[in-house]
Design a protein around this ligand. Structure first.
Ligand code: ADP
Ligand code: ZN
Length: 288
């Protein structure tokens, strides 16, 4: 089937034509600006290409309830230009195709389960640590949804004893996203994430926060694999630090061979699809 896919992020939109098997025939990236600028560019890319359906993996909060009148509408995001924007309806009306909507992280979890680093298991969690923090889950063929979609980036975590930074989240200040996403690293330490690579204290504190979150997700969801992506995770040294702290925090409470020194390297892993997890997931979603 010829499908359209959109990975709608806070800084960029990735647009692709492809199929439900992970094939990508054409792809482009445009910046996320005001919807009146970005959406016409999205429509122009897909128009006349003969797509049968469109999948959208969007930044949240976004209404993903198919029975809701505001399905596909952006909700209370810090990206204020987009609050209330009916993204799903605008695309459906202009392109005349069915638009299927889920979160960017849910579709990334789905495509990692299909083709990436979780294809050998039945459940996984995908967490992105970038401009924001969000996580999606794919369990036994379904992404995790309920009242709305999970908001795993906004949980509370215990403060590192050396951290006095107040946090960037406009809703909660020092939730996980508020103290551990890329912008908070930059504000706390006064440098961009990639310029902090040599500062061990930065990554020890970052791992302390991320490991608490992962430990909570393991207790609540019990995923068979955890995939960590997003710009901040480009700091590869975070992986061993996070794995070590997760084991320390669990303190052998959850009995699983995967939660041991011997196997944790295969349990908490980077994305297998590198930067294409989101867009391939959006294409797969279009066919569902
Ligand atoms: P988005 O979340 O908008 O999809 P990214 O996942 O690329 O985009 O995240 C961007 C954030 O990640 C920025 O805050 C940036 O400072 C941070 N970041 C990007 N690259 C690196 C890096 N190599 N090391 C540390 N932080 C990085
Ligand atoms: Zn928050």
């Amino acid at each position: 089937m010829k499908l359209g896919g959109i990975e709608a992020g806070g800084t960029k939109f990735v647009l692709a034509i492809g199929d439900e098997y992970g094939g990508i025939f054409e792809k482009t990236v445009i910046p996320t600006e005001h919807p009146e600028i970005t959406v016409p560019k999205v429509i122009a890319f897909f128009e006349g290409k003969g797509i049968e359906r469109l999948g959208l993996g969007g930044f949240g909060p976004i209404d993903i309830n198919q029975n809701s009148k505001s399905y596909g509408q952006i909700q209370n995001t810090p990206k204020t230009d987009w609050v209330g924007y009916p993204l799903g309806a605008a695309l459906k009306d202009s392109l005349g195709v069915e638009v299927v909507i889920d979160t960017d992280v849910n579709v990334a979890a789905m495509s990692e389960a299909k083709w990436g680093n979780a294809k050998d298991v039945d459940s996984c969690l995908y967490i992105t640590v970038g401009t924001g923090i969000g996580a999606g889950a794919y369990f036994h063929g379904q992404t995790l949804k309920g009242l709305s979609h999970p908001e795993m980036g906004h949980i509370k975590v215990a403060r590192h004893p050396d951290d006095t930074y107040k946090g960037t989240c406009p809703y909660h200040y020092d939730c996980l996203e508020g103290i551990a996403a890329g912008p908070s690293l930059e504000k706390r330490w006064g440098k961009k994430g990639h310029e902090l690579a040599e500062n061990d204290k930065v990554w020890e504190m970052e791992a302390f926060y991320l490991a608490q979150a992962l430990t909570n997700y393991i207790y609540i969801l019990s995923p068979e694999r955890i995939i960590m992506g997003g710009g901040v995770m480009k700091q590869q040294q975070l992986f061993p630090l996070v794995r070590h702290k997760v084991l320390e925090m669990l303190n052998e409470y959850v009995s699983s061979p995967h939660l041991t020194e011997a196997e944790i390297d295969q349990y908490i892993v980077p994305p297998g699809l590198t930067d294409e997890a989101g867009i391939k997931g959006a294409l797969y979603l279009a066919a569902t």
